[in-house]
Design a binder for this molecule. Structure first.
Ligand code: NAD
Length: 277
């Protein structure tokens, strides 16, 4: 975890109050310091049979259709990693900012780890645009809301542990429809019902500030959010240890790129926003 860093004056100027909505867009990088690996880091390969899969190959509908039990085991292990992690200073700072800004703050997170909610961000002000690993849906989408995983599925799940037949039987509806993790896979499309697609784009167009933390912008909706915000002249603050399409957008338009980790910058950003710039 890094120590909070003082903001440069050009960032401070962007954080002055305008009365509009402050929008945070967070990605796997904000949870990296809680010990949850990002997909693009070196860790996280997963072996099924004799083959080694990259997480982005397993996190697909195609993989689930071919080997649903193995994909479930991958998610149950990832869920165990997420549950064992604790929110860090960046999650906590955003949750504390919501206590000050109320409805003038909205968090769009690509993370499925639930750490924003566990830090105290409200469900109403947190759109989990890639789902939440603690929930499941039936493949025919027949349930009205995502369902918590059944209590018979252990939270602790060692890497590589397969499901027993009894556990596998729990992951279906009373009429036998298979359940799937409530996440957006890499070969699927966003929608409003599960992932708040239209609502997210609408708020990006009218926000007064967009703060992007710990994402490469390699997926469609986050990139669209950055593009929509830029076209509407929304100022952009980007936090990442490495440059990426968002930092380029910030540096091309009205924005600033804060190079470094989430825990170094996000508490200072939230403090400035809470103090009014
Ligand atoms: P990504 O594209 O958001 O990439 C991770 C980003 O985090 C990179 O830009 C990296 O430079 C940055 N980063 C690394 N350490 C950081 C730090 N300490 N502070 C700030 N930024 C840091 O995400 P991905 O890993 O490619 O994952 C793709 C998708 O997979 C996610 O959008 C999500 O749906 C899922 N995923 C979720 C989690 C989670 O819930 N924690 C973890 C991995 C993957």
């Amino acid at each position: 975890m890094s120590s909070p860093r003082p903001l440069p004056s050009e960032a401070r100027a962007l954080l002055e109050p305008t009365g509009g909505i402050v929008l945070f867009l967070t990605g796997a990088g904000i949870s990296a310091e809680s010990g949850i690996p990002t997909f693009r880091g070196p860790e996280g390969y997963w072996t099924v049979g004799s083959r080694n899969y990259h997480p982005t190959e397993l996190a697909t509908r195609a993989a689930f259709e071919r080997m649903p039990r193995e994909v479930w085991a991958f998610y149950l292990h990832r869920r165990a990693v997420c549950r064992a992690a604790e929110p860090n200073a960046a999650h906590r700072a955003i949750a504390a900012l919501e206590a000050t800004l109320g409805d003038a703050l909205l968090v769009l997170t690509q993370n499925v780890d639930g750490l924003h909610l566990r830090a105290g961000s409200s469900r109403a002000r947190t759109y989990e645009i890639h789902g939440n690993i603690d929930f499941m849906r039936y493949v025919d989408e027949s349930q009205p809301e995502p369902l918590p995983l059944p209590p018979g599925i252990d939270v602790a799940w060692a890497k590589g542990r397969a499901l027993t037949d009894a556990e596998w039987a729990l992951l279906r509806s009373p009429s036998g429809v298979r359940a799937r993790p409530h996440v957006l896979w890499f070969d699927e499309r966003y929608d409003e019902a599960n992932f708040r697609f239209e609502s997210s784009l609408a708020v990006a167009a009218r926000a007064s500030l967009l703060v992007v933390v710990g994402t490469t912008g390699a997926t469609n909706l986050p990139l669209q959010i950055g593009g929509v915000a830029a076209r509407h002249g929304v100022p952009l603050v980007v936090v990442n240890p490495e440059p990426n399409p968002f930092s380029e957008l910030a540096e091309r338009g009205a924005g600033v790129f804060l190079e470094g980790t989430a825990s170094a910058w996000v508490p200072s950003i939230c403090e400035a926003l809470a103090d009014g710039g």
